[in-house]
Design a protein around this ligand. Structure first.
Ligand code: ADP
Ligand code: MG
Length: 447
């Protein structure tokens, strides 16, 4: 219910240093793509915005229609810089209206929209839309323009030269996973739904807007493609540091993408504004409890890092131990099996007490050890690791912190998710930025 909120869990991420929305000339200048790795130096950057100023602030924002419909009634909401905030709620509750009031596609009847400290409620809507990316279902592409021309729309309006525009289009198509040489010259009709959606995202990001508005952007693609687009988008957003206001009626999508979720009920009433884990773990109102539904326990596991789950620590033995020595060790702690560690503390396998009896003639445990049923990194979500543990006969997987073995997650060890909200943090995006082909800092990254 708190529209301002405390600093997000993501505050630990590097704060992207944005140039102000409006420079002295009234336009927002950014470094060309490919040159921003060291950051845009200069007076505009030096006089940059206060780090704690919300990227978007909605103040008593309202929209009512002449027929008496209150689409949105006095909504207060702050969106922190660099976060994805998902507006979620049932159909007709005012999500799209809220979003479209931010870029003035719908004129508010009352209240204010403040972008990076700048009241834009009365600014020129055309200028405004050039600095706010907007993505809708099916990409909203212009059918008679090629993919490259579609992506170049806003840079052209901003008067970028051809070289800079072309470089930007190339980088963005690459970023969203479309080969510029293959797809740049195609028309939207020659693309799949998922590809059109990628182009829509590239187009919205073209002028490197500090704010991106997305209205059910992945609603028209099939569930598998949708999942992939969500993961890719989360990784792209993490790289670029763009602030995103994202509308969806799908709670799972909101949980997967949002750093925070704003749950709205009819009339744009804010029922809860919190991190996904808190919305699922501690719904603030009956409406939210009802909306998140009976599956919320499982959903909550999806946003609980394994780090905050309870791991078991079975007996451990060393690869170099003699079977008789290891047997005695298991007996002394009453264990029926043990994890085998190498001299560097890495888990290399496991074995049962019976394996030690059967292999008593061996001089070390190396030849006796069975392969680990699976391994999982401490930063994975508890749900994904539980799923892994459910699929192996052993019922557990070894948990690693980087290289280091830290314990095992057993399917019997599902954590209590009822109140544990503080321990939950953002789960690592499924497509880690470091795994991008070629590696290194991305040329489009905001620094
Ligand atoms: N021109 C209009 N006149 C009256 N009511 C409208 C008009 N446009 C939208 N509405 C109403 O505003 C409410 C919010 O709509 P919308 O923001 O599109 O909902 P959502 O995106 O959450 O599904 C709905 O009840 C809708 O019927
Ligand atoms: Mg809508």
């Amino acid at each position: 219910m708190d529209g301002t909120g405390s600093p997000p869990a993501s505050a630990a991420r590097p704060t992207p240093a944005l140039t102000p929305l409006t420079g002295p000339s009234g336009t927002r200048e950014r470094t060309p793509a490919g040159t921003s790795a060291t950051g845009p130096a200069g007076p505009a950057a030096a006089a940059g915005p206060a780090a704690d100023r919300p990227a978007i602030r909605l103040e008593s924002l309202s929209k009512s229609y002449p027929d008496g419909t209150v689409a949105v009634g006095a909504l207060d909401l702050d969106v922190a810089r660099g976060e994805i905030v998902c507006l979620v709620g049932p159909s007709g509750c005012g999500k799209s209206t809220t979003l479209r009031m931010v870029n003035r596609l719908i004129e508010p009847t009352a209240g204010r929209v403040i972008l990076d400290g700048d009241d834009v409620t009365a600014s020129d809507p055309v200028q405004l839309r050039r600095r706010i990316g907007y993505v809708i279902q099916s990409g909203g592409l212009l059918p008679h323009r090629t993919v490259a021309e579609n992506v170049a729309t806003v840079p052209k309006l901003l008067g970028w030269d051809r070289t800079r525009t072309r470089a930007r289009v190339h980088d963005l198509l690459t970023l969203v996973g479309l080969d510029p040489a293959t797809y740049g010259g195609r028309y939207p009709a020659a693309l799949s739904g998922g590809q059109q959606q990628r182009v829509g995202v590239a187009r919205a990001l073209a002028a490197d807007p500090p704010v991106l508005l997305m209205d059910e952007p992945f609603g028209a693609v099939d569930p598998v493609v949708r999942l992939r687009l969500q993961r890719e988008f989360r990784a792209i957003q993490a790289e670029l540091g763009t602030t995103v206001l994202f509308v969806t009626h799908d709670l799972d999508e909101a949980v997967a993408l949002g750093h925070r979720i704003a749950v709205l009920s009819a009339g744009g009433h804010l029922e809860q504004y919190a991190e996904p884990a808190a919305v699922l773990g501690s719904p603030a109102t009956d409406f939210v409890a009802d909306f998140v539904g009976g599956d919320r326990g499982v959903r909550r596991l999806a946003v609980t890092p394994l780090r905050s789950a309870t791991l078991s620590t079975p007996a451990t033995v060393r690869t170099g131990d003699r079977p008789s020595f290891a047997s005695a060790r298991l007996s002394s702690v009453g264990a029926r099996w043990a994890v085998v560690l190498d001299p560097g503390g890495r888990a290399t396998g496991w074995l049962s007490a019976q394996d030690l009896v059967d292999g008593a003639a061996e001089t070390s445990l190396g030849p006796l050890a069975r392969p680990l049923p699976g391994t999982a990194d401490l930063d994975r979500s508890t749900l994904s690791v539980l799923s892994q543990a459910l699929l192996v006969p052993e019922g557990w997987v070894a948990v690693l912190d980087g290289d280091r073995y830290v314990g095992v997650f057993d399917r019997a060890g599902v954590p209590d998710v009822r109140t544990d909200t503080a321990a939950a943090g953002p789960v690592r995006p499924v497509v880690p930025v470091t795994e991008r082909p070629g590696g290194g800092a991305h040329p489009l990254r905001r620094e």
